[in-house]
Design a protein. Structure first.
Length: 280
């Protein structure tokens, strides 16, 4: 009986040893041998999971920092455009001014080549701007960013002067009548008065009174829309509107309302100075 129990115990010993050293058998390699990979303990699995979580958290924080840096760079660039420059000059033909930043949006108006709009905001290839009395959006590709202060209160920043000069030209051919103030007959100061009054500038009636409300500018500062004053018969006695490039429009006693040049001897000898009404 004792001998039988001993034999049974010895027979069970190899199974206990096998259980104690049990390993996971992996498929055989090309050399025909098998590799054994020990099973991970719960602590090891937990540590690997925690490390994976740390790596993932680090990647998220790095991505967030990169996104923040990109956003900050974009915001800085926008700030430079708007705050330090603040102007968008049309350089690609005439640029449509849209109601919204969308090619299919309605158009407010067209801004001519060389005009400068005030830049309010930028993004996604569009500039939000204001020009003259209008606001809207222009495509960035149609514009060149410039310093608005270099163009403010000039003809580049408004269509007012363009419109005023165009309106003045509608009087061409009107005969000169001393004391006249209509399209059937007009004198020099009535002509300038009516043109400026049409755009909300209440000029007084006489040449000397018009000069009194101007800001005198030098010939180097002279620009379209300025008034030009002449001494044709003693003192301040004649006035016209400067068109640019040495030309002006006036109501003259011979040709009526016409475009003349400052290089003509008569006007070169009688010209006195220029005065500014718009943006003075």
């Amino acid at each position: 009986m004792i001998f039988s129990c001993i034999v049974t115990a010895l027979a069970a010993e190899p199974e206990k040893e096998l259980a104690a050293t049990e390993t996971e058998i992996t498929p055989a390699t090309d050399t025909g041998t098998a590799e054994a990979t020990p099973l991970l303990t719960l602590d090891q699995v937990s540590e690997q999971a925690q490390q994976l979580h740390r790596d993932l958290d680090l990647a998220v924080r790095q991505a967030r920092n990169t996104a923040m840096a990109t956003a900050m760079a974009a915001a800085t660039a926008k700030s430079v455009l708007v705050d330090q420059y603040g102007g968008a000059m049309v350089v690609n033909g005439s640029a449509p001014l849209y109601n919204s930043a969308d090619d299919d949006a309605g158009k407010v108006r067209t801004v001519p080549y060389g005009k400068v709009a005030r830049l309010k905001d930028s993004g996604n290839g569009w500039y939000r701007v204001s020009f003259d009395t209008c606001s809207g959006y222009m495509k960035a590709d149609d514009c060149l960013v410039v310093r608005y202060s270099d163009y403010e209160n000039t003809s580049a920043a408004s269509l007012l002067i363009d419109d005023l000069l165009a309106y003045a030209r509608t009087y061409i051919g009107t005969p000169y009548v001393y004391g006249g103030n209509s399209r059937s007959g007009i004198d020099c100061s009535a002509f300038t008065q009516q043109v400026f009054n049409h755009f909300g500038y209440n000029l007084p009636r006489t040449v000397s009174a018009q000069y009194a409300v101007c800001r005198r500018v030098s010939d180097s500062e002279r620009r379209p829309g300025d008034l030009l004053f002449f001494n044709t018969c003693g003192g301040l006695s004649h006035v016209g509107i400067y068109l640019g490039n040495g030309q002006f429009i006036h109501a003259g006693s011979i040709y009526g309302v016409s475009v003349r040049s400052l290089s003509e001897s008569y006007f070169a000898n009688t010209y006195l100075f220029a005065g500014r009404i718009i943006g003075k």
